[in-house]
Design a protein around this ligand. Structure first.
Ligand code: PAF
Length: 281
């Protein structure tokens, strides 16, 4: 399994891979867990060669402390990927290799998909995501690229990005992978104490109850119910819960039969910010 650090070194393996068949891309920021591995396995099942990128993208962090705290576990990541397949290309560049001396985001018109939820609470986040994903797609030129539905808003924005920029790639969304407790897998879970990690399963339990209520109650009633559950919880602080249609990600006023809705949530477990979402219908 090759670990490549420069764009130049990547060229010849990419050329060979494309001569041999189709290419899949799994972009990650490392600190890999079973959620990432599910993306890699799906990519391997649909492509002849898979490139996994490991790059902690500085432009998508609105908070310097969050960036500094982001785990760097390259050796463990390599080992985990090696257990899945020896046939992966791992690209793990430094920021300078990707951005040169100007570490800056491009601007995009994501048509409002980026102004709600994560976009509203993390300034500039999706400009940073759009910038790096465009760079990686242009560099690797895969037939398919894989992203987890835990970051559902990101997934919709990346689908929009490839249309905006006319990038010929299929964007594949993959289901959320959960810990046995129900907590969505995330690199940030490692920063939770074992008690808090157990308590954080309350997030998914609440989402499941919200889904059951959404069958008969309005979005507003369900939203207020979720907000009340967290008011009573000592260690989990709700940042937002929002019910949106899955295409435009606009908050739902009145439910419509032909639309699909999801509930989206962001919660602080002490200083660790966790997100999750659930299909409601
Ligand atoms: O989902 C992530 O890990 C990141 O946002 C991504 C897509 C790898 C871009 O840095």
């Amino acid at each position: 399994m090759s670990l490549i650090k420069t764009k130049k070194e990547l060229q010849s393996p990419l050329l060979i891979a494309k001569e041999n068949g189709s290419l899949g891309l799994v972009p990650t920021m490392g600190a890999l867990h079973q959620g990432h591995i599910s993306l890699v396995k799906k990519a391997l099942s649909e492509n002849d060669t898979v490139v996994v990128t490991i790059f902690v993208n500085p432009t998508q962090f609105d908070n310097k402390e969050d960036l500094d705290k982001y785990p760097d576990t390259l050796d463990a990541d390599r080992k985990l990927l090696g257990e899945v397949s020896e046939n992966l290309i791992i690209f793990a560049p430094q920021a300078k290799e990707i951005y040169g001396s100007e570490i800056e985001s491009e601007s995009f018109d994501f048509g409002g998909l980026d102004t709600v939820m994560e976009g509203a609470f993390r300034e500039g986040h999706f400009e940073g995501v759009g910038t790096i994903v465009e760079k990686l797609l242009t560099l690797v030129q895969p037939a398919r690229a894989y992203f987890g539905e835990k970051d559902f808003q990101q997934l919709q924005i990346i689908k929009k990005l490839v249309v905006l920029k006319n990038i010929p790639v299929a964007i594949i969304g993959c289901p959320i992978v959960r810990e046995p407790s129900g907590l969505a897998m995330s690199s940030r879970n490692e920063r939770l104490s074992s008690e808090l990690r157990e308590e954080a399963s309350f997030i998914y339990k609440t989402l499941c109850s919200a889904k059951a209520r959404f069958g008969t109650k309005s979005a507003q009633v369900v939203t207020e119910w979720v907000e009340r559950q967290f008011e009573e919880h000592p260690d989990l602080e709700l940042e937002y819960f929002m019910i949106s249609d899955i295409e435009k990600l606009r908050p739902v006023q009145r439910k419509r039969r032909n639309k699909k809705y999801r509930g989206f949530i962001a919660v602080y477990a002490k200083d660790v910010r966790l997100i999750d979402n659930i299909a409601l219908n």
